[in-house]
Design a protein around this ligand. Structure first.
Ligand code: G
Ligand code: G
Ligand code: MN
Ligand code: NA
Length: 256
């Protein structure tokens, strides 16, 4: 399994696809952005999920190439959406390696300028645990990204070990409630309480709150009652290939 050497070739051979999952504002369901999620169509192993290959990519220097690849794709999409009058934010997941890379913010600034994208239309999602792996190195990088005007979101929130104390110190704009709590809301009062607490905490820190894993109307309605800002999940759409996302978006934005 030499995934490492294969990954570079896979990038060049077009085997790495970027899929998009929409995020919608609550309660009105207006599309506000899309998260980029990579998939690897491997000639032998079939469709590999990021959980299978990102750890391998992360363990090498290749994660830089992956993040750059995804960011470039996303900026091209954001520009195309803008050309149709749609101000949608494109979200890119970052790895701990990106956050520890001092040259990363300059490369982001260069890419935004080259594509002519307002920085506020690019969002980076980072997990709390990746920041906590090395806060001394990550925080300056996060501050410089934020100073560019790029939006930062804490992904999988609630699953880390030091959530509350650190959220206040992170220079972020958005928290994403981990899907495990949102999925459990219908059957578990504890999960319901966690979701409600994160919405309140986020708002008290003046952050936008995004719920991921929204799979049914009941969860959506409850999130609306709680005042959650944004929803993402199978109820709205699964992650879609670039072409299928464009079709979905067209159908969503033509009527209204
Ligand atoms: O789409 P899916 O549920 O299979 O994604 C699984 C995990 O892979 C998620 O945690 C997601 O954040 C991560 N992931 C997806 N795309 C990327 C990417 O481009 N870069 C990084 N670092 N992680 C990604
Ligand atoms: O860690 P991150 O939030 O980046 O990962 C997003 C992952 O969640 C992707 O793998 C995506 O396929 C998955 N996902 C997105 N929406 C839903 C949903 O409504 N239900 C479930 N079970 N998974 C979802
Ligand atoms: Mn994410
Ligand atoms: Na998540």
């Amino acid at each position: 399994f030499q995934l490492v050497t294969q990954f570079r070739q896979a990038l060049d051979a077009g085997q790495i696809e970027v899929h998009y999952q929409p995020k919608v504002a609550l309660p009105e369901r207006r599309v506000v952005g899309a998260e980029a999620l990579v998939r690897w169509s491997h000639p032998e192993y079939g469709r590999l999920s990021p959980d299978e290959f990102i750890p391998v990519v992360e363990a090498t220097g290749m994660v830089d190439a992956l993040t750059t690849f995804v960011m470039e794709r996303v900026l091209v999409r954001v520009r195309a959406w803008l050309a149709r009058g749609l101000r949608l934010s494109g979200a890119v997941n970052l790895s701990v390696r990106n956050l520890a890379d001092e040259s990363f913010p300059d490369r982001v600034a260069e890419a935004l300028a080259r594509h002519g994208i307002p920085p506020g239309l690019l969002t980076f999602e980072l997990t709390e645990s990746s920041v906590m792996a090395d806060p001394e190195r990550c925080l300056p990088v996060l501050r410089r990204l934020r100073a560019l005007g790029v939006h930062l979101a804490v992904d999988d929130f609630g699953t880390g070990y030091s959530s509350l104390a650190y959220l206040r110190q992170l220079p972020v704009d958005e928290v994403k409630i981990d899907k495990s709590f949102v999925l459990g809301m219908g059957t578990d009062l504890g999960d319901m309480a966690v979701v409600r607490s994160i919405v309140e905490l986020g708002h008290s820190l003046e952050l936008k709150v995004v719920a991921e894993g929204v799979e049914d109307d009941a969860a959506r309605d409850e999130l609306v009652r709680m005042g959650c800002d944004t929803a993402q999940g199978y109820l709205i759409s699964r992650p879609l290939s670039e072409n299928r996302f464009e079709v979905w978006l067209q159908a969503r934005t033509v009527r209204k």
